[in-house]
Design a protein around this ligand. Structure first.
Ligand code: NAP
Length: 228
């Protein structure tokens, strides 16, 4: 499948790499290809510059947000949540129309330091904002509740643990579920939260996520729903 991954950070790279290894035709979207490839410094996390990453991942092509979105049959939003609407504007409404839009972003405001706050909560969510802004896109919220490495390889966390999906379009959710199964998520680990409003809970989990990080000193954990 042709897949556009918008975002060149930790999540974009992890998802693009894994999808490509699984045989998908992957293009990674960035604001400005030339400027991105010209960077020689590590990114804010200390990860290698994109050009260096690309040399070891030659199957993943780099394109502008718009060209990537135009190419993908599925578009993945792996941009900072507070900037996602502007990244998607650059991608272009026409390039998103009719597409499955897998939204992994967390709407975090990091301006006051750690822990971040949410830019939208309770009565709305980023995923709903995206769906409202791009009504012709088929938005599915998923994977935002865990570390990037775990998104694409759940086996690295021991035991049974879960991933959520939320969205209005049943076919789009099935497409995302099949990508999740490809990553190694057992079908029974995927919990469908219903319509796109279900994204509120998945995004508001951010508050607990950062509190657990502060307590444990790591993001290397995931949610396991234990039921009677
Ligand atoms: P990141 O490193 O924070 O973001 C990198 C991307 O953001 C780059 O593609 C960059 O574009 C783009 N960007 C930066 N400023 C921009 C602007 N003003 N307008 C448009 N785009 C801009 O991303 P990440 O850590 O991989 O996370 C991606 C998303 O996943 C976030 O929403 C995050 O909250 C969520 N998430 C992350 C994790 C995790 O494990 N890191 C876990 C769960 C959810 P260029 O390519 O042009 O530089």
């Amino acid at each position: 499948m042709k897949i556009a991954v918008l975002g060149t950070g930790m999540v974009g790279r992890a998802v693009a790499d894994r999808l490509s290894a699984l045989g998908h035709d992957v293009v990674m979207g960035t604001r400005d290809v030339e400027q991105t490839l010209a960077r020689t410094e590590p990114d804010r996390r200390g990860d290698v510059p994109v050009a260096q990453w690309q040399r070891t991942h030659p199957a993943v092509r780099l394109a502008s947000f718009a060209d990537a979105a135009a190419y993908g049959e599925v578009v993945v939003n792996a941009t900072p949540g507070a900037l996602s609407l502007s990244a998607l504007e650059a991608a272009g409404a026409a390039n998103l129309a009719g597409k499955v839009l897998l939204d992994i972003a967390m709407p975090l405001d990091r301006s006051q330091g750690m822990p971040p706050t949410l830019t939208v909560a309770n009565t709305g969510s980023l995923a709903e904002q995206i769906q409202r802004t791009y009504p012709a896109a088929r938005v599915v919220k998923s994977l935002n509740t865990m570390l990037a490495d775990t998104m694409v390889d759940p086996s690295r966390i021991p035991g049974r643990h879960n991933v959520f999906v939320a969205g209005e379009d049943a076919d789009a959710k099935e497409t995302v579920r099949s990508l999740l199964r490809g990553f190694g998520w057992p079908d029974e680990a995927i919990i469908d939260l219903g319509g796109i409003r279900g994204a509120r809970g998945a995004e508001m989990y951010g508050a607990l996520l950062f509190a657990v990080w502060a307590a444990l000193g790591t993001f290397d954990f995931n949610i396991a729903i234990v039921r009677k």
